[in-house]
Design a protein around this ligand. Structure first.
Ligand SMILES: *[C@@H]1O[C@H](CO)[C@@H](O)[C@H](O)[C@H]1NC(C)=O
Ligand SMILES: *[C@@H]1O[C@H](CO)[C@@H](O)[C@H](O)[C@H]1NC(C)=O
Ligand SMILES: *[C@@H]1O[C@H](CO)[C@@H](O)[C@H](O)[C@H]1NC(C)=O
Length: 338
């Protein structure tokens, strides 16, 4: 016999007005506290220090890459944010997808963007500096500035890169892939995308786009932004893990940055400059469509342009798989996300 809604209603105790009152009052209180939380200005010394020092941007270049100093035109420059202590990741990238190469006549070059070891690594700073200098001597792919790495200095790195690029590279380079040092990129697909889908006279700013996203207002969160620093919604921006820019876009962003005060969240800052420069953020579903999980079959990711959050070991495995067994993915899996 079916247990119908009628029996169910009889089986449950009748809601009593008192309980209802308590529920309503609690809900109202919760909503009240939540809105308070979202609009409250939590004093944060870190944010105050940031606001007071963000105009200081004249950090000098300590190490320069070879890429734009010698040689001819570069189709794609891979500009990857890294840290002094991430030599394992840089090594993995150099020997896998981020190696310098020529694909069908298109030159691909690489540069790692570094500051000085942050306060958390101050004890090892000297040995790390020596290692980075040695890496730079060997590979010629390090661009390092004289500021200390910190969560709040990430945007500074972005801005200093634009400046360096404009001065040193913009005559030679057509496109830049900006990314983190834990991403996997299908460089061939990126080059194909550029050839097929981009009009070189138009600015390009494409990646995984976020629209109508709000600053984090929970003070315990790393990404917390006080209302006094930014109110409203962020302009459209693409995720900083991996995205594409044309050299014209970098010129426009750099120009716009003179009127946009530095902001702690680097990818949102790029969106703010893009809005001022009237460059639209384009979405492409091949950019970071989902988290990488080593437990999934490599074919799950076949066809993706940029994946993020890979350990060096997984990077090697995925790279080797795509080099040797990519054809097993054809027709075997149809990726519903692409
Ligand atoms: C940056 O500018 C300030 C003020 O103009 C100056 O005191 C400082 O020495 C400069 N730093 C560098 C590295 O050039
Ligand atoms: C950024 O780097 C500079 C130079 O090392 C340092 O003085 C400053 O405190 C850093 N800023 C933050 C917010 O960490
Ligand atoms: C921004 O770009 C759009 C389309 O590209 C154009 O119609 C508009 O006039 C531009 N606005 C400014 C202020 O440059």
């Amino acid at each position: 016999m079916a247990f119908g809604i009628y029996q169910l209603r009889r089986a449950l105790p009748k809601p009593r007005p008192k309980i209802l009152g308590v529920i309503v009052a609690t809900t109202v209180l919760l909503i009240f506290f939540y809105t308070q939380l979202l609009t409250h200005e939590w004093t944060s010394e870190l944010h105050q220090a940031f606001v007071l020092s963000r105009h200081i941007q004249n950090y000098s270049v300590l190490l320069q890459p070879r890429s734009c100093l010698a040689g001819g035109p570069i189709t794609l420059l891979l500009a990857l944010k890294s840290h002094s202590s991430h030599s394992d990741r840089r090594e993995a990238l150099r020997s896998t997808w981020a190696k310098e190469q020529i694909v069908d006549g298109q030159v691909v070059r690489r540069v790692f963007l570094l500051g000085l070891p942050g306060d958390d690594l101050i004890a090892q700073a000297d040995s790390l500096d020596a290692l980075v200098r040695e890496e730079s001597r060997q590979h010629g792919d390090i661009l390092q500035w004289a500021f200390r790495e910190s969560f709040f200095n990430v945007t500074l790195k972005e801005l200093l890169f634009w400046r360096w690029f404009q001065e040193e590279c913009s005559r030679l380079v057509l496109y830049v892939l900006k990314g983190d040092d834990d991403v996997f990129v299908d460089v061939r697909r990126i080059l194909n995308f550029l050839k097929m889908h981009h009009d070189p006279t138009e600015p390009l700013y494409v990646g995984h786009r976020f629209v109508d996203s709000y600053p984090v207002r929970f003070w315990w969160n790393k990404y917390y932004i006080p209302p006094s620093m930014f109110s409203g919604v962020y302009p459209p921006y693409v995720g900083g893990g991996g995205y594409l820019l044309s050299r014209e876009t970098i010129r426009l962003l750099l120009e716009a940055s003179s009127v946009v005060p530095l902001f702690p969240i680097d990818d949102a800052y790029v969106g703010m400059c893009a809005q001022v420069a009237n460059v639209s953020a384009r979405h492409h579903r091949g950019f970071m469509p989902f988290e990488f999980l080593p437990s999934r079959h490599p074919c799950t990711y076949f066809g993706v342009l940029v994946l993020h959050s890979l350990k060096p070991k997984d990077l090697y495995l995925l790279w080797v798989f795509y080099r040797t067994q990519w054809y097993t993915c054809l027709g075997a899996v149809s990726n519903p996300n692409l």
